[in-house]
Ligand binder design. Sequence first.
Ligand SMILES: [Zn+2]
Length: 97
Amino acid sequence: MGISKENRIWPRWASTVGIMREEEITVHAFCTNWQVTLTVDLDLLCAIQGQSFTLIDRSGRCKVVGCQGRTFFLAIRERSGVPAMRLTSRSKLNYLL
Ligand SMILES: [Zn+2]
């Protein structure tokens, strides 16, 4: 018996937009349609959705003009040495792709 990826435990620093802002995490929205990456404005997101809002397993509409694609989110924690962490579990990602 292995640990299901669906039950993965997300790191605390990625749990909410408020914490990611405090931790100075860079968040990118990656569009599965045109394969473009946009930077997410965490200040704006905190103001609109509140600090406890989460991007984990959430998708959004692509903000590129003319694109009908969906996006998922990537968190980049500079000091971790890890280039980027996908905030989407495998099953959700398969749904988007
Ligand atoms: Zn797009």
